[in-house]
Write a protein of this length. Structure first.
Lengths: 441, 275
């Protein structure tokens, strides 16, 4: 075991959303808008049409390709619109469940059957990258992975959804972990948790004492960002660095999220598809930050309402954690399967004022978990020197944001590197370039 | 509905690239912090040489800021680079130097050392060393007099105190001075000199903690910094056969500054693993 040495220690801002260690339920809003782009893989199409009546948990979109992941309704009501991008459902607020959602009598332990159930329940990686879990499980089985790491690190500030999920549903997570282990063919499971969640570790250990899953162990790691990233965990478990073109799975480690294990438990034991997930609603603007069972497709505004609203004018709405999360342009933006948190950040979180010149302090080099030289990459991209950028392995950057965080000159390193990779942000809502639209002054 | 949520549904928020969280420090804070770290060393100089030392300091800082104000950008002065460089140059000059010397040194530091390269962060060679080297070549008489020691080297305790401050604030990497002093001790012993007298004087410590650790002109990788420190130590030990400690140390730093881009490239940390 080699815990992350590089990276940064972040202020964690977690205490406010932990004032209640419960995941609260939200009233389903009148309108849910469910995006059909919620997974990485082949596209899917709606299997309902306008005017159809759907129930909670009914399948509303699916694809023919095996890598695609179906989507289920999070509300009962009438379909208002169904096209290739989005399905709008008007809720009748009755919350009637699809009759297919009921406990399973015989729990299968055949890997192929489990993978098929996981795919049918629409489960993607709930840790933020939306990769289809069934596809990863198959890849892991083909590769013959040794270890399944269950990621409960949650090293991003503000987010506490996994923490609270582990406190509320330790047995379900352990059962889900065992199912994931069977489906992936791994020999052992390590539940990785950072040291700021020791009570969750204790709870998991004591529950496992009675469940007697001998393959499952917990692993406590120091709280350090980005310990909870897939590559950092794989490195920790393997005690060696991964090569640039090596993925954790090809190195023999499958990393899945604790929330994914919980979703797998629900899919297998309860036949419940993934139509809601635990989301942390937090940020300095929110009056009462807490964790909510957010139906997929609920707007950010409805989540803030469930937290008693906003007390300050937000300057930015972020889906995900503050380090890797995506800034969204509107309060009506619907939650998707990969959203772990919804944050309302006030003015002053983004750097105000102009970028200062690089003083080559080397902090970005010291913190980069992928041992890159961000300073040189920024120079290469800004001088449009592609050969230099490639020589310094610009594509190995995982965009964790540690360099941008630590940079004293407030150079938007991740933004520049992203531009250098050829992936630029969607056009900014303002006429200025995306970064220049940071609040000034 | 809470009042602030009203009318907000139409508001459009900027889609800024992640991350959305930033450390609280800034570059100007660090550079001005370096400037503040020089204070104990100046005080030691003033105690030793009196009012002349104050005059050198005022002139050096004034002329470097003035030169950058006129020929460069005003933001560079706000960042503190010009003031810090003037302050460092003061430490290298003897108290008895005529005011024309101070002015010339500061102007050369500012203009040739920084403005010509494109301002703070762009220069290859340490600007204060550029000014020092120029004065050393143009008017060696000012430095040859043993009685007129440089202001910064009067007290090793002041230098150590300032260095500890920088280390405590983590503004300088400990590796550079550590490897430099270690390697210098080893090389000096190897060349048959007492490493205690070689190491423990203000000149060597000044070079190790203030000139080698200048972020702009040192390598960014930790292995590069170690290599930079060891190479500088070797050169210093060699030059000590002919030169006083201060010129020997500064000349080696100046020389190795030129190799920094190369060192950075050689010590690129990413391992090239196939497959």
């Amino acid at each position: 075991m080699k815990p992350l040495k590089r990276g940064v220690v972040l202020p964690d801002f977690k205490y406010r959303s932990l004032s209640s260690t419960k995941i609260h339920s939200v009233q389903t809003p009148r309108l849910v808008s469910i995006s059909l782009h919620q997974h990485v893989g082949a596209p899917i199409l709606p299997c309902v049409s306008e005017g159809d009546t759907v129930l909670v948990g009914s399948k509303i979109a699916e694809g023919e390709d095996w890598t695609s992941v179906p989507i289920h309704s999070s509300a009962s009501g009438r379909v208002l619109r169904a096209d290739q991008n989005v399905i709008l459902i008007e809720s009748d607020e009755s919350g009637r469940m699809d009759p297919a959602v009921q406990p399973r009598a015989n729990i299968p332990n055949d890997p192929d059957q489990l993978v098929e159930i996981i795919r049918g329940a629409g489960i993607v990686d709930l840790g933020g990258n939306a990769l289809p879990v069934h596809h990863r499980l198959m890849m892991a089985r083909e590769r013959g992975v040794e270890t399944l790491v269950l990621n409960g690190c949650e090293s991003e500030p503000f987010l506490t959804a996994d923490h609270v999920l582990m406190l509320e549903h330790p047995v379900e997570i352990l059962k889900g972990a065992e199912l994931l282990r069977l489906a992936s063919g791994a020999k052992k499971v390590l539940i990785a948790v950072e040291k700021n969640k020791l009570e969750a570790v204790e709870l998991l250990n004591s529950k496992n004492y009675y469940l007697k899953f001998s393959a499952i162990e917990t692993l406590t790691l120091p709280a350090r960002y980005p310990q909870g990233s897939e590559r950092a965990l794989a490195r920790t478990v393997l005690s060696r660095r991964l090569g640039s073109r090596e993925t954790p799975i090809s190195a023999g480690v499958l990393v899945e999220h604790v929330a994914t294990a919980f979703a797998v438990y629900e899919a297998v034991y309860l036949r419940k598809p993934l139509y809601e997930r635990a989301v942390t609603v937090s940020g300095p603007c929110v009056i009462e930050p807490k964790n909510l069972w957010a139906p997929i497709g609920i707007g950010a505004l409805d989540l803030f309402r469930a937290c008693k609203g906003l007390m300050r004018e937000p300057e930015q709405i972020v889906f995900g954690g503050p380090m890797t999360g995506e800034a969204v342009s509107s309060l009506n933006e619907p939650v998707t399967k990969k959203v772990q948190g919804v944050l309302a950040l006030p003015q002053g979180f983004a750097p105000s004022g102009a970028e200062e010149p690089c003083i080559r302090c080397g902090l970005c080099v010291d913190v980069c978990p992928e041992i890159l030289v961000p300073e040189t990459l920024v120079r290469a991209v800004r001088k449009e020197n592609q050969a230099l950028a490639r020589e310094y392995e610009i594509d190995s950057c995982t965009e964790c944001g540690a360099c941008s965080y630590i940079c004293p000159s407030k150079i938007p390193i991740v933004f520049v590197i992203r531009k250098g990779k050829g992936v630029s942000l969607e056009p900014s809502v303002k006429p200025e370039p995306a970064y220049a639209s940071a609040p000034q002054g | 509905m809470p009042p602030l949520l009203k009318d907000k549904t139409e508001k459009l928020f900027p889609k800024i690239s992640s991350p959305h969280l930033f450390a609280a420090h800034s570059s100007s804070q660090i550079v001005w912090g370096f400037f503040a770290a020089l204070i104990p060393i100046w005080i030691a100089g003033v105690v030793a040489y009196g009012f002349a030392a104050v005059w050198v300091f005022v002139l050096a800082v004034g002329f470097s800021c003035g030169a950058q104000y006129v020929f460069g950008k005003r933001t560079w002065i706000q960042l503190g680079g010009a003031a810090f460089m003037g302050g460092l140059l003061t430490l290298l000059l003897p108290a008895q130097i005529p005011w024309q010397g101070v002015a010339l040194g500061s102007l050369i530091s500012s203009l040739m050392g920084q403005v010509a390269f494109g301002g703070l962060g762009q220069n290859i060679f340490h600007p204060a060393l550029v000014g020092y080297a120029a004065l050393f070549l143009l008017a060696p008489d000012w430095f040859s007099n043993r009685a007129s020691e440089s202001l910064g080297t009067t007290s090793i305790f002041a230098v150590v105190f300032s260095s500890l401050f920088l280390l405590f604030k983590k503004w300088i990497a400990w590796r550079t001075p550590f490897f430099y002093l270690l390697a210098l001790g080893v090389f000096s012993s190897f060349f048959g000199r007492s490493f205690i007298s070689e190491l423990f004087n203000g000149s060597i410590f000044l070079a190790a903690f203030f000139f080698m650790t200048d972020p702009v002109t040192a390598p960014v990788t930790s292995r590069g910094r170690a290599g930079f420190a060891i190479a500088t130590a070797f050169l210093t030990a060699m030059l000590r056969f002919w030169a006083e400690p201060l010129p020997a140390a500064l000349c080696s730093v100046f020389f190795l500054n030129g190799f920094v881009p190369l060192l950075d490239r050689w010590t690129q940390p990413k391992l090239k693993m196939a497959s």
